[in-house]
Design a protein around this ligand. Structure first.
Ligand code: A2P
Length: 344
């Protein structure tokens, strides 16, 4: 069986990876609609050797569509997702627009695939930093129980879209030419001030909330509890943007339920987990990096250590391609699960 698929935000950084993923997974597509704003309407995009013309997104774009993948920003999802559902589509939304809505499943298939069954037309794809962290936490939660998580992130510019990728390139070029760096976008396009990302580190991703945390940090905190069905889990996050293009890295501290757990137990649980690859051999300097994870669909974990003071505490390093498992790959996995389980 084949399906009519629409891709909203087809020209964006995630949209391009969605196309790559649909092609790579040989997704059963009958008709494909590539949608964007009026700016990119008319642009040609190649998919599986065929040329497609990008169209402006309108409510009518979703007539006859069965699966709609959204990745054009929260405001676009708010404007069009219900229009797509009204016309019979299942929406898989990569933005934060509906993630915390009670009737919207928030899904990482390796962690909580069964939540998809309860959807009412919209299924949310979690934040990129959240996805890779919960993929690594899930096997530990299942085997040992977890009570507290403290994470610091090292995030690529591509998470902020194609314009942020260009900004890093332009600033790097300017810096190396001895010219002034122009900062017009990062840390957040809509915020009051902008700082250079090239040769820098910005401890702000998304806008600040009243409690002093950024929205990215609150996404990690709230989404983790929802996906893991653990409202009582203690989670704290610090999210930092760094000057590389692809993959997010995270330093994670986790407290497990049993003080007799050792590093080898944690490593074994991670090595056996779906979608997780353990790359952890300090004696041979083996650990994942943003470059080594780029272009791959798995979540890579290394540097597993026991805390020196807390017997229940462990530290590890988790890296994944933010545009693939963090966005496009996870969204298409959700679509595959919807089809496989007859949850359309
Ligand atoms: P467009 O190419 O027309 O601007 P990125 O995350 O890389 O910045 O990409 C954002 C994606 O969202 C692009 O595909 C962009 O299309 C799309 N987009 C932006 N604004 C709208 C809109 N008003 N309606 C539909 N798609 C939009």
């Amino acid at each position: 069986k084949q399906y009519n698929v629409a891709l909203v935000g087809a020209t964006g950084a995630v949209g391009q990876k969605m196309l790559e993923t649909l092609e790579k997974k040989n997704f059963p597509i009958k008709e494909l609609k590539l949608l964007s704003s009026s700016r990119s309407a008319g642009k040609k995009i190649n998919f599986k050797g065929e040329e497609y013309t990008v169209q402006e997104t309108t409510p009518e774009s979703f007539e006859g569509v069965q699966i709609a993948l959204f990745s054009a920003g929260g405001s676009i999802s708010k404007k069009f997702a219900h229009e797509a559902v009204k016309r019979g589509a299942v929406v898989i939304d990569n933005t934060s627009a509906f993630r915390m809505d009670e009737d919207v499943p928030l899904v990482v298939p390796e962690v909580n695939e069964e939540d998809i069954a309860n959807h009412n037309g919209i299924i949310a794809n979690p934040n990129c930093s959240t996805i890779q962290m919960v993929a690594a936490l899930k096997p530990l939660q299942e085997k040992y129980g977890i009570t507290r998580v403290i994470v610091s992130t090292y995030q690529a510019v591509s998470g902020a879209g194609n314009l942020a990728i260009d900004e890093l390139k332009d600033q790097s070029q300017a810096f190396l030419n001895g010219e002034d760096m122009k900062a017009e976008l990062l840390p957040v396009s809509g915020d009051k001030k902008h700082y250079p990302i090239a040769f820098n580190a910005l401890p702000q991703i998304d806008v600040f909330q009243d409690n002093g945390y950024t929205y990215e940090e609150m996404k990690m905190i709230n989404e983790t509890k929802k996906i893991m069905h653990a409202p009582e889990l203690h989670v704290a996050a610090t999210c930092v943007r760094l000057p590389f293009f692809t993959s997010h890295a995270e330093s994670v501290y986790v407290e497990v339920g049993d003080e007799n757990i050792e590093v080898a137990d944690i490593q074994a649980a991670l090595a056996n987990a779906d979608g997780v690859i353990l790359e952890d051999d300090p004696s041979n300097q083996v650990y994942p990096t943003p470059l080594s994870a780029a272009g791959k669909s798995e979540v890579f974990v290394g540097r597993v250590r026991k805390d020196l003071d807390n017997k229940n505490g462990f530290h590890f390093w988790v890296v994944s391609d933010n545009l693939l498992k963090g966005a496009a790959w996870n969204s298409v996995q959700i679509a595959e699960s919807v089809i496989k389980n007859n949850w359309l």
